[in-house]
Design a protein around this ligand. Sequence first.
Ligand SMILES: Cc1cc2nc3c(=O)[nH]c(=O)nc-3n(C[C@H](O)[C@H](O)[C@H](O)COP(=O)(O)OP(=O)(O)OC[C@H]3O[C@@H](n4cnc5c(N)ncnc54)[C@H](O)[C@@H]3O)c2cc1C
Length: 338
Amino acid sequence: MKIFNDFSLKRFNTFGLNYKCDAFIEVEFAEEIYSINKMFELDKARHLIIGEGSNILLTKDFEGIVIHPVFNNLKIKTVEKNSVLIEVEAGKNWNDLVQFAVNKNLWGIENLISIPGLVGAAPIQNIGAYGQEIKDVIETVQFFDFDDALFKVYEKEKCRFDYRSSIFKQELKNRVFITSIELNLSKEPKPILDYGNVKDELKKAEIINPTIEDMSNTIAKIRKSKLPSPEEIGNAGSFFKNPIIFSSKAEEIKKNYPDLPIFKTNNSYVKIPAAWLIEKIGYKGKTKGNVATYHKQPLVLINLGNATGEEILEFANEIIVKVKQVFDILLETEVNII
Ligand SMILES: Cc1cc2nc3c(=O)[nH]c(=O)nc-3n(C[C@H](O)[C@H](O)[C@H](O)COP(=O)(O)OP(=O)(O)OC[C@H]3O[C@@H](n4cnc5c(N)ncnc54)[C@H](O)[C@@H]3O)c2cc1C
């Protein structure tokens, strides 16, 4: 392990905010977390696990210990006729894992290309994009439980995966350190084309039977044209979740706003785009001081250069209040506020 005191987290949050933590510990092997826990009494001490910080908003210096995994092995565990089971450690860059799968022609995560972050964070909010979610391929999650100082394995059923959520973002939030995950990837092509403008893009390129590379390249291209790169503009992707509301409520809104897009879920609820709500309250591309909503995608809040975490949070709260006033819908943040 490596320990750094009074450490700047600027490189470890994609908003690019220059807050500090008391100590920053790089964990080089999964097993080390056992002694780190003992040494720093992490069951009691204030601590925060950070991967690449692409789903957090720091609002002040973190008075506590930040833990960052750097162990990143990838192991092929079993090869079946139609599938391959791999185990990947928490410190591996998510996109590198997707590239690995694409190169090996293993299907199941190709639509999750270009999502920033490390593998260890991927199950936390059940990352998803373009019709795929990690829950569809995950078999187990291995983690260290700070409360009883034990390494544990949860089968996917126990992880309670849901839309941008899991047990790790709920009951077990801040109580576990995910060390690795097992994914079951398919050798058989399973292209998912029905989301966003994937079909249109493939058609434009005259691709009829897309290969796994066609899928990942197309989605990477679409994402690049729509989302700001954190290297150029500080952001944490979608700041809010898409609200899930009663279908009767959606019908009510539709009376005044016939263009409301509605996505059916499997019960009496529907999902509606938070971006649409934000646009309707007049906040698409809106700037306030050093913060703005991205002009191409209002769900993304951006740091115009010198924003503080508090300013970003204030702006987010302003959006929440306005959406509530106009639509009586409470937006929930997808980003973890620290
Ligand atoms: C431009 C952009 C686009 C994005 N697009 C998408 C998208 O399409 N779909 C999507 O789902 N997300 C998206 N995101 C959000 C983000 O990339 C994912 O949530 C990602 O999984 C976060 O990884 P991270 O390593 O940066 O996690 P961090 O931001 O460092 O951490 C996120 C949370 O997980 C916890 N955590 C991190 N690692 C561990 C661990 N090993 N054990 C226990 N807890 C841990 C942290 O404490 C924190 O609460 C996007 C973000 C950006 C900036």
